[in-house]
Write a protein that binds this ligand. Structure first.
Ligand SMILES: Nc1ncnc2c1ncn2[C@@H]1O[C@H](COP(=O)(O)OP(=O)(O)OP(=O)(O)O)[C@@H](O)[C@H]1O
Ligand SMILES: [Mg+2]
Length: 300
């Protein structure tokens, strides 16, 4: 099973959102990582067939997915980034409604709905109205609808958005648990979402793929370029002006600064093992300086 994205471009009113994107995806979890506006949702919406590209195509085992039409759509489970939930529907009714949209036979739907509810741990909440669900429960029921019909391809756009750390880990584990034999694409701007469960990470920036590789490969490429050193708090602005700062930890009146730098700092320092967070920072520094002040860590 192979999903190929070939030469995809898309503009909105003359502004390019995707510029010649090429990807090859096989079973496993792919983390589509990029800052706000990188083009993640645009790419995903083209893959699932909700959006038509200006150029390029998506191929499933060598066949154009637009031409495959319904056959392809039937294999795809999709969780959009923005989704109106039917607040007056109960969880069960919502899933039954989606199952009917997917054209699932009744008996099959009943079985899959029960499985999905169990999987996202919402069995006890199935008769509650969606309007009364917490944010985490809403995200989970949306993931549940995406897996109805046991899709071979699962596309999730920011599935952990707005979740607390506990729910985030839970959703992450759910995704990695279901990923076997499936192509899973998980779009996010949160590194920790994909660093453990991603078979490969795809870095997308301004509509261009900067790289597609195993997290380890991206981290190895930064080997020898990550350092920590201690400074007085008042020296932080100067450090930030000189270095790409990936983290700052307050430590007994001083600051332990973590930087990504081609050359070792000219102050006493220790080498550090690169993390995917360092990779993200070094590749997207110009875009996230304003978004995440130093000391941020996990922005979610
Ligand atoms: N319907 C639209 N009309 C006009 N411009 C759009 C539309 N959808 C997206 N864009 C623009 O295309 C670019 C890519 O947007 P997209 O939503 O694909 O990014 P993203 O990576 O999903 O961002 P986010 O992390 O915020 O979800 C952005 O510049 C965005 O403003
Ligand atoms: Mg998006």
């Amino acid at each position: 099973m192979e999903l190929c994205v070939s030469g995809l471009s898309k503009s909105y009113g003359g502004k390019a959102a995707l510029q010649g994107v090429n990807l090859t995806l096989r079973p496993g979890v792919y983390g589509l990582l990029g800052p706000n506006g990188a083009g993640k949702s645009t790419l995903i919406n083209i893959i699932v067939g909700n959006l038509t590209p200006d150029a390029g195509e998506v191929l499933y085992d060598g066949r154009n997915t637009a031409a495959l039409g319904k056959t392809f759509r039937g294999m795809v489970g999709f969780m959009p980034q923005q989704q109106g939930l039917y607040d007056t529907f109960t969880g069960y009714r919502f899933l039954a409604y989606i199952a009917s949209l997917k054209g699932m036979p009744r008996a099959r739907a009943a079985r899959d709905i029960a499985d999905a509810l169990r999987w996202v741990n919402l069995e006890d909440q199935a008769d509650k109205k969606l309007g009364a669900y917490s944010g985490g429960m809403k995200q989970r029921i949306l993931i549940a609808q995406a897996v109805l019909n046991q899709p071979k391809i699962l596309i999730l756009d920011e599935p952990t958005a707005g979740l607390d750390p506990k729910e985030r880990i839970r959703v992450r584990n759910m995704i990695s648990g279901i990923a076997a034999e499936k192509i899973v694409v998980l779009a996010t701007h949160v590194v920790s979402d994909v660093e453990q469960i991603g078979k490969e990470v795809i870095l997308l920036k301004k509509g261009v793929v900067l790289g597609q590789a195993e997290p380890r490969q991206f981290m190895d490429a930064l080997h020898g370029k990550v350092f920590t050193f201690s400074v007085a708090p008042e020296a932080l602005p100067e450090v930030e002006a000189r270095y790409l700062v990936s983290n700052v930890v307050y430590q007994a009146g001083r600051l332990l600064v973590r930087v990504v730098s081609d050359r070792p700092p000219d102050v006493p320092h220790s080498p550090a093992d690169p993390t995917l967070e360092d990779v993200y920072l070094s590749r997207f520094a110009d875009e996230i300086q304003a978004e995440t002040p130093a000391g941020g860590g996990d922005p979610g």
